[in-house]
Design a protein around this ligand. Structure first.
Ligand code: SF4
Length: 347
């Protein structure tokens, strides 16, 4: 088995709320005990609803903020960087692509200026001719040709899809091994999303990129990612091969997530609708529910779910779920971190 390029091990991030009252001295449990492995040439989808902590995981992996606890391993070595050359070196290996392609560009600079800026930082001293050749090649890779039509344009002169392709080219300019794509198509018209996803998949395969695809759209994860992990209220709750997670979801939350996504060919959802649980909104992360964080919304919740955090139970073929319903499953067994199946994670 290949070794992971980038690993999160027990990553936890708590934010202290500023203020004088008791509530304002509270702590937001944004991410708790997240472990995740990204492999060269593979796409891993991190799926969850808004506020589940997905983007915080991306920012932790990009080392834009320090974790409260846990570690990040790049090619097997624990890596904690804050600024200066170590941070630049890390960023040249691990690139973060943001959701809003317009907001991530300086509107007064051209496409060529943005790409040259990254090349000057990460491929310094290559000379003007080589630099222009690199820009031409980057734009060709993201299917924006001829490059001369784009290098002199400003961000507002591009369509949303073209801007996101420039975002991808800018990330590639650093020569990364890992690309963290945070909702890369959610701000694009539906008609052009598929083209950008196909481009990302092609680049991951051709460049042997370890790609983390962060999305709230579990249907696109099935189409696009090799492995899928599902996040709820700051914890990972299910993971495994995308086909299995999306076609045979084991966790009630994943089942409800899939039931809410339009798919005419899907079999009937195996659990009652969320409304039957009486509560339809995610919990506050300032005071998250004890036990399983999904229990206030879960139609299948049992007494122990309110007090005991479910460990992850292995099912079959690298599939796992953090849910007490699977404790007595024939194939179930708690997974020690060292035994984690490929692309899988702890809750
Ligand atoms: Fe529902 Fe309990 Fe499973 Fe949580 S552990 S998803 S509350 S059955």
């Amino acid at each position: 088995m290949n070794s992971p390029v980038l690993e999160a091990v027990g990553l936890t991030k708590h934010f202290r709320v500023r203020g004088k009252s008791a509530r304002h001295r509270a702590v937001v449990h944004a991410v708790d005990d997240v472990s995740l492995s990204l492999y060269a040439g593979e796409v891993t989808a991190l799926v969850g609803e808004s506020g589940s902590g997905k983007s915080t995981v991306a920012r932790l992996l990009a080392q834009l903020m320090a974790p409260t606890s846990g570690s990040i391993r790049l090619r097997g070595e624990e890596t904690l960087v804050k600024r200066g050359k170590p941070f630049r070196d890390y960023v040249s290996s691990v690139q973060l692509m943001l959701q809003d392609p317009f907001g991530s560009f300086n509107p007064v600079h051209t496409v060529g200026h943005h790409l040259r800026g990254v090349l000057n930082i990460h491929r310094r001293g290559q000379g003007k001719v080589a630099e222009e050749a690199a820009i031409d090649e980057l734009l060709r890779e993201v299917s924006l040709t001829p490059s001369t039509q784009y290098t002199g344009r400003y961000p507002h002169e591009l369509s949303g899809g073209q801007r996101q392709r420039i975002s991808i080219a800018r990330a590639l300019a650093a020569g990364p091994d890992v690309l963290l794509a945070d909702e890369p198509v959610s701000m694009l018209d539906v008609s052009i999303r598929l083209g950008v996803l196909n481009l990302l998949a092609k680049l991951a395969a051709e460049r042997e990129l370890a790609l983390l695809y962060i999305t709230h759209d579990i249907a696109s994860a099935r189409y696009f990612a090799t492995n899928t992990v599902v996040m709820y209220a700051g914890r990972l709750i299910e993971g495994g091969p995308s086909e299995t997670v999306t076609q045979q979801p084991a966790h009630p939350y994943t089942q409800l997530l899939i039931a809410s996504a339009p798919d005419p060919g899907r079999p009937v959802a195996p659990v009652p609708p969320a409304s039957s649980a009486g509560l339809g909104t995610p919990p506050s992360l300032i005071d998250p529910p004890a036990g399983c964080r999904f229990h206030p919304r879960c139609p299948l919740a049992m007494d122990r779910c309110k007090t005991d955090v479910p460990p992850k139970f292995t099912l079959t073929g690298g599939h796992w779920a953090a849910c007490w319903l699977h404790e007595k499953s024939e194939n179930a067994a708690s997974v020690a971190p060292a035994e984690q199946p490929r692309g899988s994670q702890s809750c």
